[in-house]
Design a protein around this ligand. Structure first.
Ligand SMILES: NC(=O)c1ccc[n+]([C@@H]2O[C@H](COP(=O)([O-])OP(=O)(O)OC[C@H]3O[C@@H](n4cnc5c(N)ncnc54)[C@H](OP(=O)(O)O)[C@@H]3O)[C@@H](O)[C@H]2O)c1
Length: 223
């Protein structure tokens, strides 16, 4: 997660080397559109051809979709489901042997909306629910293979996400009041990941709401 103003993937290697003070770090990048059907295979070949061993796999790529299902195009449906469901699952499947060799760990990025049915972000919240359930099931499955799995459920975070999803939330005072900085969310996510926590929900109010209250909301009376 990067603050909007810093978003430029080409800067990552230099930023990481400069901020860590480790100019010797070997950083390789591959620019990939994860909505393309062959993306998992291309990523797998890149890793294999470079003889890379994987300690940590982070599935962070995601894009919002703020349209009624009735107004959504087939292309939009395909893109959002491919990025969050199909290709995330294929990437995990392809890299399990490599992660197992290295007693590695996976972090999948879901969202707090995974717990909340939504009429305005319906497809997006549904794919995030898939990521949440998939990750917990995967955690149980991969324990015997020595691979850890954490699912990060970020609260509203000030990134480019909302402007890209074409929502009006970015400008509102409400959005500012309920949102967190990228630094806060990334630090909490990283800490939970390194402790191999099953679920990380940064932000105490969100954690309390999801842990104690959301399950008691009578959703069928609301929708
Ligand atoms: N911001 C929030 O409030 C919030 C809340 C809950 C969960 N999340 C989740 O957090 C994750 C990170 O989002 P963000 O808030 O940092 O949003 P963002 O600023 O829009 O960044 C999204 C990231 O996903 C990458 N991405 C999107 N579609 C891609 C594709 N087809 N192929 C390859 N990469 C793709 C983007 O790469 P490029 O920059 O190269 O396009 C970017 O690095 C997402 O999974 C999102 O669903 C965000």
């Amino acid at each position: 997660m990067l603050e909007e103003t810093k978003l430029n993937w080409k800067l990552y290697p230099d930023e990481i080397r400069n901020e860590s003070g480790r100019q010797d770090l070997d950083i390789r990048t591959l620019k990939l559109d994860i909505s393309e059907s062959d993306a998992p295979q291309r990523l797998y070949e890149f890793v294999t051809n470079n003889n890379l061993e994987i300690g940590f796999l982070v599935n962070n790529a995601g894009e919002g979709l703020d349209e009624d299902v009735a107004d959504t195009t087939q292309e939009q449906i395909n893109e959002v489901i491919t990025v969050h469901v199909m290709n995330l699952t294929k990437i995990v499947n392809l890299f399990i042997p490599n992660l197992q060799r290295n007693s590695g760990q996976i972090m999948n990025v879901s969202s707090v909306v995974a717990f909340i049915p939504s009429s305005t972000l319906n497809i997006y919240s549904s794919v995030k629910t898939y990521i949440y359930n998939f990750s917990l099931g995967l955690r149980g499955e991969l324990r015997k293979r020595g691979v850890g799995v954490t699912v990060l459920c970020p609260p509203v975070t000030r990134t480019q996400f909302f402007s890209r999803a074409n929502t009006g939330y970015k400008l509102s005072t409400f959005y500012k009041a309920i949102s967190y900085s990228t630094e806060f969310v990334a630090k909490r996510g990283y800490k939970g990941f390194r402790r191999n926590k099953a679920v990380v929900i940064p932000g105490l109010p969100y954690w309390i709401a999801i842990t104690f209250f959301v399950k008691f909301v009578p959703w069928r009376l609301i929708f």
